[in-house]
Write a protein that binds this ligand. Structure first.
Ligand code: G6P
Length: 615
């Protein structure tokens, strides 16, 4: 949801920022811009509608020299994606430039006031009020830029990560954050980087400072990094050493990040349970929630909050938790939960699931739960993310950076953590017997190899995708813990290939979607061996009776559904609790191949962003 990169140092800023914006492009890609300061030619600002590559082409012949600059890739909230609304925004006198990620909620009233004082607005963005407000304070109160930024932020309501560059101090960048992420990278040669996350920074340095809410960072060529609260109290920067490797954020020979991330799953699932599972000793444990095990085991109710794919993982979690621990679980869309006066108290445990750890609605839901005294836990992928920092405790998914906008390996890692969590609580509570426990963990250890086996079937899956690539609708059916997988399968197809798809509990099909079925309609059915197998077989018959095309995900060797289905994809047998980790893989691949064949932009689907840091 908008990406920010800024640099100050000895190197040329423009290429560093441009490269950084490409790394952050998953956060928004409707327009991009970079402003650089140059002692001779002044403040040069280049902005372009479209992808970062458009900006790159446009600026190729321009003067982009300078060792200090700020850049932005936008995901539009206020105002169309065009050259004018793109960031950076410049003050009327051309002396200052600003980039912003977030939403200024009181921009209307601020704008009215500034207009009455003679400011002329060029764009339709909420961001433009910030630059004029800072400029206004600077002029009227005769203060330096950093102080003007501080004063301005005290009258701003909303979310922001900003960086300001001012001609009157070419040795300094001023940054601030509230609710939108911002990381400071401390370079090796006295240079500094600022970015929405660490990905544009790690090829230069591993030393970073994650800024906290309502903090202002001043990076200065002479004075280094200083951090203040917006109440003007100086703070000691907490420098962290990141383990992230550059290869983890590059495509590594794959055509798309999404394909790379799908193929990484045997490893990412293993990384997720490494050190948390020991089959020989019959042991499972999550270090991050160790101190909360008793509380979890005694819980009368657990609420899971999440958005998008993470919400689907939470639904899988609900089945696991309720079955294994017998604790009632409610799964909530974070955006609904926060606005419906939910009944929560200090006995409740709220678990937020979020790949990015930055999703605004999930953050807000957690804050609400916290304010009502609930214990708040997190399952996040991005280390050091906002959610991971505000929660009482939690477990990382360790899937590594996920860059493709459509989530894949984060989903399977979330389901893995939820399984480990459910097993840990069940053991603590005594709600699982030794034989069942051993059976599940033994199977869990085999999952990475089984995922790899499914990935070997890519060719066949690609052939099926070719048959249905021109479909206009698709239906995904599953029962029990396969129902969330059906929802996730449909979401993947919608997100990247723009085919309308719906996930449905297989039995519910006859209450509506069955009316849509004809010979044009692909129906993806999860028909693996398990509790609901026979029922799903009947549902397949219902589809076939209406001439629908059935693509079934079946357990290896299942002759019955093989006969009935138009196409089938076999997956290795596993424990029923773990099937979502396998059945989701063919759906990811189907969506990927369909999107590629339709010429869609797989890694950056239209209108979407990887991390939604606005409501
Ligand atoms: C966006 C992404 C989805 C993701 C959702 C929740 O919509 O495009 O892939 O599932 O946000 O994100 P989170 O980071 O909280 O899991």
């Amino acid at each position: 949801m908008c990406g920010i990169v800024a640099y100050i140092g000895k190197e040329q800023a423009f290429p560093i920022i441009l490269k950084g914006l490409k790394r952050l492009e998953y956060r928004g890609y409707d327009s991009a811009g970079i402003a650089v300061l140059n002692n001779e030619s002044g403040l040069n600002n280049y902005k372009r509608q479209g992808k970062v590559s458009e900006l790159e082409d446009f600026s190729a012949e321009q003067d982009t020299s300078g060792t200090i600059g700020i850049g932005h890739t936008r995901w539009a909230t206020h105002g169309l994606p065009n050259n004018v609304n793109a960031h950076p925004h410049i003050s009327t006198d051309g002396e200052m430039a600003l980039i912003h990620n977030g939403i200024i909620e009181n921009y209307d009233s601020l704008k009215e006031e500034l207009v009455s004082r003679g400011y002329v607005f060029k764009s339709e963005t909420d961001t433009e009020v910030l630059i004029h407000l800072i400029d206004d304070i600077k002029t009227n109160e005769k203060v330096k830029t950093a102080e003007a930024v501080r004063i301005a932020l005290n009258s701003v309501i909303g979310a922001y990560a900003i960086v300001v560059l001012s001609k009157d101090n070419p040795n300094q960048l001023i940054a601030a954050r509230k609710s939108s992420p911002l990381v400071v990278g401390i370079g090796k040669n006295g240079d500094f980087f600022l970015a929405s996350d660490a990905t544009p920074i790690i090829e230069y340095t591993n030393e970073v400072v994650y800024m906290e809410d309502e903090e202002i960072a001043i990076v200065d060529r002479n004075e280094g990094l200083r951090i203040f609260s917006i109440q003007n109290q100086e703070k000691t920067p907490y420098i962290q050493h990141l383990e992230l490797q550059l290869e983890a954020i590059e495509k590594g020979g794959y055509e798309h990040f999404m394909l790379k991330e799908i193929h990484e799953q045997p490893r990412s699932i293993m990384d997720c349970f490494r050190g948390r599972l020991n089959v020989e000793d019959g042991w499972v444990g999550l270090g991050g929630i160790k101190d909360y095990e008793t509380k979890l085991a005694k819980a009368k109710r657990i609420i899971m909050v999440a958005c998008g794919t993470s919400w689907h993982a939470a639904l899988v979690g609900e089945y696991l938790f309720e079955d294994l621990t017998r604790i009632p679980v409610e799964v909530e869309y974070a955006s609904e939960f926060r606005y419906r006066n939910p009944i929560i108290n200090e006995n409740d445990i709220v678990i937020a699931i979020s790949q990015s750890g930055e999703t605004a609605d999930t953050m807000a839901a957690l804050n609400l739960a916290k304010s009502k005294g609930a214990t708040i836990l997190g399952i996040c992928n991005v280390v050091g993310s906002s959610i991971s920092r505000i929660t009482d405790a939690g477990s990382y998914t360790h899937a590594g950076p996920e860059i493709g906008v459509a989530s894949t390996k984060a989903f399977t890692a979330q389901v893995t953590v939820l399984t480990l969590m459910a097993l840990t609580i069940a053991r603590k509570k005594g709600s699982i017997n030794e034989t069942d426990f051993r059976r599940i963990i033994t199977e869990m250890e085999l999952i990475p190899d089984k995922v790899a086996k499914i990935l070997e079937k890519s060719k066949k899956i690609e052939e099926i995708a070719a048959i249905y690539k021109d479909a206009t609708n698709a239906l995904y059916l599953g029962r029990g813990n396969s129902f969330p997988v059906a929802l996730e399968g449909a979401l993947k197809l919608k997100e990247i290939s723009y085919i309308h798809a719906e996930g449905y509990p297989a039995a519910e099909m006859k209450h509506g979607p069955i009316a849509l079925i004809d010979e044009e309609m692909p129906v993806f059915v999860i028909a693996t061996k398990g509790t609901s197998y026979e029922k799903v077989v009947s549902n397949i018959q219902e589809v076939k009776a209406r001439k629908g095309k059935v693509i079934a995900i079946i357990t290896e060797g299942d002759a019955q559904v093989k006969e009935m289905a138009d196409h089938y994809i076999e997956i290795p047998d596993t424990h029923e609790y773990l099937t979502p980790l396998l059945t989701t893989i063919p759906f990811q691949l189907i969506s990927y191949y369909v999107a590629v064949m339709r010429g869609a932009n797989v890694d950056q689907p239209r209108n979407l962003a990887k991390s939604v840091t606005v409501e």
